[in-house]
Design a protein around this ligand. Structure first.
Ligand code: OAD
Length: 243
């Protein structure tokens, strides 16, 4: 199934960078944003994941994140996550860049992770920016208040907000340094993450895509594996003798 070029790249310990999106967690039972089953109460993610929506209706936005936290707390990493954690052990220069906020990569054993969009388990005050690693009550239905009087929000990146500068810089550096770049389970439409595969390719990386459907990236990919990442990634490792 896999080409000799890719096999050589993966077995000769060349730098590898990976970008993952919601699709890698789909087989764990976490809904994606776009495509089938991607909507919550008929809202698009863009309508809820922004600061204006939170200020206008904090409890609605908080409710969406509480719902997503409940989903995530109940699921486990899948073979796709585990395959990437396994690959990291075999490659000395390995960077896993994720748009996901579900923490499943860490739970599956990956270590060198750049979380572009934050982490859903953490919260912060919109006024004094105090970070809350944990809240006293995990089941709050309404957005809680900080001691300073500000409202507490999830510590994730919303539409219209800047990504943490050091994280995005490290992601582009890893993409440009990579010899092989994987784009896995992402529709590759949300910037700046969507530019990472293109930037990697322009810098000479071999671009590989894994997705159940074709995306805007597919026509520039050097190799496209159409299927579920939980099935394709373990197969790639096996064919390379890396599992
Ligand atoms: P999307 O929901 O846009 O795309 C998920 C992709 O995964 C689609 O291309 C699906 O075809 C693919 N897919 C689904 N199941 C799969 C499977 N089992 N194996 C492989 N591929 C599969 O999710 P993202 O691209 O991650 O941002 O979305 C990017 C950002 O938009 C998110 O991080 C979030 C969202 O709004 C913020 O919240 C800032």
């Amino acid at each position: 199934m896999i080409s000799q070029v890719l096999k050589d790249l993966l077995t000769k310990d060349t730098p590898v960078a990976i970008l993952t999106g919601a699709g890698i967690s789909a087989e764990s039972g976490v809904p994606t944003f776009r495509g089938e089953g991607g909507l919550w109460k008929k809202f698009k993610p863009e309508e809820l994941a922004n600061v204006d929506a939170f200020l206008k209706n904090p409890d609605l936005v908080w409710g969406w994140y509480q719902h997503r936290r409940e989903v995530i707390n109940d699921v486990e990493p899948n073979p796709g996550h585990y395959a990437l954690a396994q690959l990291e052990k075999k490659v000395s220069d390995f960077t896993l860049i994720t748009q996901n906020i579900d923490g499943l990569h860490r739970r599956s054993g990956s270590e060198n992770i750049l979380e572009l969009h934050g982490n859903i388990q953490r919260n912060k005050c919109i006024k004094c920016e105090m970070i809350y690693e944990e809240l006293p009550d995990e089941n709050l239905e309404k957005a809680p208040e900080c001691a300073c009087g500000g409202m507490i929000r999830p510590d994730v990146v919303w539409f219209g907000e800047m990504l943490p500068e050091d994280v995005i810089r490290s992601a582009f550096t890893a993409a440009e340094r990579s010899s092989v770049f994987f784009s896995i389970g992402t529709s590759a439409v949300v910037q700046p993450a969507a530019s990472l595969p293109i930037s990697a390719k322009q810098s000479g990386a071999y671009l590989v895509e894994v997705n159940v459907d074709r995306t805007v990236l597919t026509h520039i990919a050097d190799e496209f594996f159409q299927g579920k990442s939980g099935e394709i990634l373990p197969q790639i490792l096996e064919e390379c003798g890396l599992s």
